[in-house]
Design a protein around this ligand. Structure first.
Ligand code: 5GP
Length: 190
């Protein structure tokens, strides 16, 4: 039976991961599929339940967690906001030969690699922390305190980046997508 690959993509909030992944799915000729995470944070404007995230109540999240149904989960920015990846859709996708992309934080990535040591790990770096801050502010979705919290977590994540097998810098979206696609293609015959 064919079996797909698990791809873990991390990088600080605001680095442009969602745009990169959307472009990657559109242009990279591999059977890629994005795993839809669960979160207890409210949807931003334009975010669709089941597409960008499964937006769930904290109690629903905790019930799944206690049942051991998550491959990984994490309280990403403290303050009771949880994010997680359900195990079952991942194993089903892999069995079907898909390359499943997990867009998750560093702590979640560690949990995934423990369970799937062959996972391909990529970290997206910003050009600079200043550029990251500029992007977070331009997004205009979080207040000052939330942005400060995201930047603090971003600094911690950047400090953990060396642990990933591959590093890419998001200077220019298309170049970055191409290098991610090249990296993934190098695993084709593994
Ligand atoms: P945002 O709230 O901006 O959509 O996402 C915040 C952070 O949560 C992102 O940096 C992203 O990597 C992380 N994240 C999203 N989904 C998951 C998940 O399922 N698990 C973990 N551990 N982190 C996630």
């Amino acid at each position: 039976m064919t079996s797909g690959k698990l791809v873990v993509l991390s990088g600080p909030s605001g680095v442009g991961k969602s745009t990169l992944v959307a472009e990657l799915l559109r242009t990279c000729e591999l059977p890629l599929e994005l795993s839809v995470s669960w979160t207890t944070r409210p949807p931003r404007q334009g975010e669709i339940d089941g597409v960008h995230y499964r937006f769930v109540a904290p109690e629903t999240f905790q019930t799944e967690r206690q049942s051991g149904n998550f491959l990984e989960y994490c309280e990403v920015f403290g303050r009771g906001i949880w994010y997680g990846t359900l195990l079952e859709p991942v194993t089903t996708g892999l069995k079907a030969g898909k390359w499943i992309i997990l867009e998750i934080d560093v702590e979640g990535a560690r949990q995934v690699v423990q369970a799937f040591p062959d996972a391909i790990t990529l970290f997206v770096q910003p050009e600079s922390v200043e550029e990251l801050e500029r992007r977070l502010r331009a997004r205009n979705t979080e207040n000052d305190a939330a942005i400060a919290r995201r930047l603090e977590v971003a600094r911690q994540e950047l400090a953990a980046a060396h642990w990933y097998t591959h590093q890419v810098v998001n200077r220019e979206i298309h170049a970055c997508v191409n290098s991610i696609c090249d990296i993934l293609n190098s695993y084709r015959d593994h």
